[in-house]
Design a binder for this molecule. Sequence first.
Ligand code: PLP
Length: 404
Amino acid sequence: MFDVNKIRSDFPILSRQVNGQPLIYFDNAATSQTPNQVIDVITDYYKRLNSNIHRGVHKLSQEATEAYEGARKTIKEHFNAAHAHEIILTAGTTESINLVASGYTSLMKTGDELIISALEHHSNIVPWQMLCERTGAQLRVIPMTQLGTLDMDVFESLLSDKTRLVFVNHVSNALGTVNPIEEIITKAHAVGAEVLIDGAQACPHIKPDLLDLDVDYYVTSAHKICGPTGVGMLYGKENLLNKLPPYQGGGEMIATVTFEKTTYTGLPHKFEAGTPNISGGIAFGAALDYMNSIGYGAIASYEAELLDYATTVLKELPGLKIYGEAPEKTAVISFNVKGIHPYDIGSILDQMGIAVRTGHHCAQPIMDYFEIPGTIRASFSFYNTKEEIDRLIEGLRKAMAMLQ
Ligand SMILES: *Cc1c(COP(=O)(O)O)cnc(C)c1O
């Protein structure tokens, strides 16, 4: 039994008021809310364990290290990686992608090509453009269709023995499209290319099996999966991570340091210079435990219900157009109302306590494709309800009456 009211009681923020109205939080694709089970782990860390990890001979340091490395194991189990040391804890998706893109600088050969998709978040575009500037590599783009899906025929025609890396998001944050990553991975591997999947938008809704996917790199952020901000992961296959040079230099990532020569330590610490976000890493593990206690199957079917309901009732509004209607979508709806700027609607909804996102959602190429400046995006989570969607519709009707 999926008891949404019981689930909502785990999230203290959901009972606050905004502008005198009960908060309706529909900006889950930007960041998710945090349940007590995760908040408590963070406060408990500072109340009982706070110390620096890995180096300490004393009890606090040992317990903090155990908790941090325990979280790495939880993350490894959740994503079904072969080894815990293939999980690199980073500041999040953006840092994970920059780490890989920076590492490939010395690994690229002349003539290498990179394939990207038209559906990417800026954080999966810009680091690769910077890599191209450093190395002269060429960036090729898989185009999108009116439905907001990838044109897979063009993808196949772009693949060649020059293709070095393919990077695509698992789910588009702007449109909710679930991309066919299994097919992308298989076809890229067939020409000897490596694949990085940006899972930031997928992991709140889908539990990827990394061994089964046979993906080379998979990155995500904890804050979209009920965890804290500023922590995330880079998963990489052991043999690839061993070839990748370190990203930042500093403490924790070295084996020996002299002024003549420094040698680096092994995985995962080679990529984890400096004192990490210790409480964040531990809370990342707790967030995955929380998600699994609800269950991804239950989450997927409940969110699909919300998406169907919201799509149906939104379409009844005159002049409303939905962008991105892929057959396989997570609970994200991007839309516009004819003749009204998205920002104006967003501001009126905010007055009613309803949080949506407006703008280009860090995915300007998608907006350019549809020839619009931006959209209004309502993104749902398993703690949202149909009643909240009804209030959104009511809010939109009011906004339209005021602005049209
Ligand atoms: C949110 C998001 C990112 C960026 O994540 P950060 O936590 O800001 O680093 C990248 N890609 C997608 C698809 C996202 O949804």
